[in-house]
Write a new protein. Structure first.
Length: 384
């Protein structure tokens, strides 16, 4: 993906758009740009209340870095790392405004990477600890009610990476780490492949190693852990493949990408192990799926060959058909990185300004109506 350099404008620009879809039917939608960076911004997750989280590029003197943000309506909270940490990455957003992700600092220091949960109501951050014998961990997803977080925990001597969840146990106010059963203790694919939890908190998905082929090669497969009535997480194998996971719905269907002959291809995998590859948009050579709704609508990006002036295009996949996501006519590149069940989509887009590449902004895309009439979702407060 080619990095573009945007101009810096107001914090919000709203574009009500009315255009013809590919099949000739009129489609009404509205785009709200998130212009909170002089260089690059992206929204990576959205909930039913249209809260979004993302990252933006900031420059402080000679140093350029990314910072996290949480936005609700017109109010934005900066998600900077806590003291002694240099980086923060927001990964997932609950329906009631809890953000899960990880903080990091140079490796070699104590607890160089830890998961976190940030509460938008109190604006307080809690760091998540690794499993008892481990040294670092990463939180990657969160349930809709904010009560369960999924990710992995890592240790050394011997090397190990294991899937885990952090749960609020009865009578506790702390999210405690809990190991999910593995076949062998070291599943390094989890570090790039993600551990997901369904919105209802009943299933966890991840690709764990079944055998170690060499000191650096592992045979990994897709598994799901299902929460039983007695509180146990029961593991079962879904597929021999090892997709990089991005999102999961309550049906247990996951989306992400498989590497096929060195090329990333967007995929959908259901609980029976059926894998559906999403077609590429015309002229593209790779794609990735990032979000899925309860009824199976998938969004992501389809990308041109590397080099030159190529760039990604956001797509939507529904009922077996993939189409470019309709965007304002000034858009030259786009990526859909998240979707809510109401069909609100977030991501980033680059647009043309005076005939040249211009801004690269995070966006919220709402189908029909106005963002002022955003849906309200009643969610229970997380147990204290």
């Amino acid at each position: 993906m080619k990095l573009v350099r945007p101009f810096f404008g107001a914090l919000f620009t709203v574009f009500p758009v009315f255009i013809l879809s590919l099949n000739g039917a009129a489609q009404d939608f509205e785009i709200r740009l998130i212009e909170n960076s002089k260089t690059l911004s992206q929204a990576v997750a959205i909930n039913a209340n249209l809260d979004v989280i993302g990252t933006r590029e900031v420059t402080e003197g000679p140093i350029t870095s990314f910072r996290g943000f949480f936005r609700r309506g017109d109010v934005e909270n900066d998600l900077g790392p806590p003291k002694t940490y240099s980086n923060l990455e927001p990964c997932a957003l609950s329906e009631n405004g809890f953000v899960a992700g990880y903080v990091s600092r140079p490796f070699g220091t104590d607890k160089s990477m830890l998961g976190f949960v940030w509460d938008s109501k109190t604006q307080e951050m809690v760091l998540l600890m690794p499993l008892a014998t481990d040294t670092i961990c990463q939180a990657q997803d969160i349930s809709a009610d904010g009560k369960i977080v999924s990710g992995y925990s890592t240790g050394s001597n011997p090397p190990r990476t294991r899937p885990c969840v952090w749960e609020l146990t009865e009578g506790s106010t702390v999210l405690e780490p809990r190991e999910l059963s593995s076949i062998i203790d070291n599943s390094p694919f989890l570090q790039g492949g993600r551990v997901l939890i369904s919105p209802d908190g009943k299933r966890v998905a991840g690709c764990i190693a079944e055998e170690q082929l060499s000191p650096i090669d592992f045979n990994s497969s897709l598994f799901v852990w299902e929460h039983s009535d007695n509180g146990e997480w029961i593991r079962r194998k879904i597929s021999d493949e090892q997709p990089k996971l991005k999102d999961m719905n309550n049906e247990g269907t996951v989306v992400g990408s498989l590497k096929i002959e060195g090329i990333l291809r967007a995929c959908v995998v259901n609980l029976k192990g059926k894998i559906t590859l999403i077609d590429l948009l015309r002229g593209d050579e790779s794609n990735e799926a990032y979000g899925i709704t309860s009824d199976g609508m998938v969004v992501g990006l389809s990308d041109d060959p590397t080099g030159g002036d190529g760039g990604p295009t956001a797509f939507v996949f529904k009922d077996g058909v993939v189409s470019p996501l309709l965007m304002p006519k000034e858009t030259i590149h786009s990526a859909a990185l998240g979707i809510s069940d109401s069909g609100a989509i977030c991501g980033y887009l680059a647009k043309e300004t005076d005939g040249e590449e211009g801004g690269a902004f995070g966006f919220i895309r709402l189908p029909g109506g106005s963002l002022k009439d955003k849906p309200k979702v009643e969610t229970k407060e997380r147990a204290k």
